[in-house]
Write a protein that binds this ligand. Structure first.
Ligand SMILES: NC(=O)c1ccc[n+]([C@@H]2O[C@H](COP(=O)([O-])OP(=O)(O)OC[C@H]3O[C@@H](n4cnc5c(N)ncnc54)[C@H](OP(=O)(O)O)[C@@H]3O)[C@@H](O)[C@H]2O)c1
Length: 315
């Protein structure tokens, strides 16, 4: 089938393009500023996704069976820095894509976030649980969920995803890439010991999304995540151990939320999603953190630094 992929150069988008191509689908993908070629795309379009006329023309030209939206301003601090741009990408764009899906009778696979929940409960959130986002990013993701389902309920399937690990095209986007970048620059990242997340990899999420493109019987809201819930500090320690770096080579500062005062009011403390209902429907399985770490590679920007580190054995 032909799949129109918005945000093909992103962490999830690039993984989705590869996964969908492996399944034999024809993927037409958009990039914004990314200068390279995205693997897996049958056709790569460069366009500004804030330009509704350009998106409409592209979708009508490709006339896809599925529209997949991986474009976003996906970091809460970037949303806060430029709310208007974030509104255009996180809310207006999904609404436009859903309307176009309705127009061409295409399935629409939309990505949302765990950040629609307040993180005050240690029980994994079910899809129907009450939402109460703490930050602008979460409020925009919630507004998008409502907009896409209002525009095309019969065509849309939405997946709320957790913190994502993985290998990005530029090698500077995901958690392990940013940690390695900090260590290579001689800095010491500080991470919360009491803020908990349930990571999964972008590759694993992409497999789920490809299945959802094909499973026309599934619509509505679903949750996905990894098998393990752990603190951000413990996650960073696991990344460091996976890459066989010592505490001297890759130092970390453990901090508690209480040390950061009012800043943490916008950060959910404990986010875990109930993945059971979607697991029961799909062939793709959730991954333990160990399996996820095995997917991670040393990104090109820090390869020289990494190879210069004395170590007994590198993965
Ligand atoms: N990353 C996470 O931890 C995480 C967690 C939960 C949910 N999610 C959700 O998963 C989805 C994908 O996130 P991600 O982390 O893969 O995002 P990402 O890596 O930041 O990628 C964002 C994508 O959007 C494109 N884009 C942004 N502004 C654009 C513009 N004006 N015109 C054209 N393209 C534009 C980027 O293109 P260029 O780079 O080429 O400009 C890139 O392809 C989002 O809906 C996000 O909310 C992410």
């Amino acid at each position: 089938m032909t799949i129109f992929l918005a945000g093909a150069s992103g962490l999830v988008g690039s993984a989705f393009a590869r996964a969908a191509a492996r399944r034999g689908h024809r993927v037409v993908g958009t990039v914004g500023t990314y200068p390279g070629t995205v693997a897996g795309l049958a056709r790569q379009r460069t366009l500004d996704l804030r330009d509704t006329s350009a998106i409409t023309a592209a979708v009508l030209d490709d006339f896809p069976q599925v529209i997949v939206n991986c474009a976003a301003v996906s970091a809460p601090e970037q949303c806060a820095a430029d709310p208007a741009r974030a509104q255009a990408l996180n809310v207006d764009l999904p609404a436009t894509l859903a309307r176009l899906a309705h127009h061409v009778s295409a399935r629409c696979v939309h990505l949302s976030s765990e950040q629609v929940f307040p993180g005050t409960s240690q029980t994994p959130y079910a899809a129907a649980d009450p939402v109460a986002p703490l930050n602008l990013y979460g409020r925009q993701k919630l507004a998008a969920e409502r907009a896409v389902h209002a525009a095309a309920a019969e065509f849309v399937v939405t997946v709320r995803a957790p913190l994502l690990l993985g290998n990005s095209l530029g090698g500077q986007r995901s958690l392990h890439e940013r940690l390695l970048g900090e260590w290579a620059a001689g800095r010491t990242p500080a991470l919360f010991t009491d803020e908990f997340r349930q990571p999964c990899t972008a590759e694993n999420l992409a497999e789920v999304m490809v299945e959802l493109c094909e499973r026309t019987d599934l619509r509505g809201m679903w949750h996905w995540g990894g098998r393990d819930v752990l603190s951000r500090y413990d996650l960073a320690c696991r990344v460091r151990a996976h890459f066989k770096l010592s505490a001297a080579q890759a130092p970390l500062i453990a901090i508690a939320r209480a040390e950061r005062g009012a800043e943490v009011a916008q950060r959910p403390a404990y986010l875990a999603l109930d993945t059971g209902p979607l697991q029961a429907k799909l062939k793709t399985r959730t991954l333990a953190l160990t399996e996820q770490l095995d997917e991670l590679v040393v990104p090109p920007p820090v390869r020289a630094w990494y190879l210069a580190q004395p170590a007994l054995e590198k993965p």
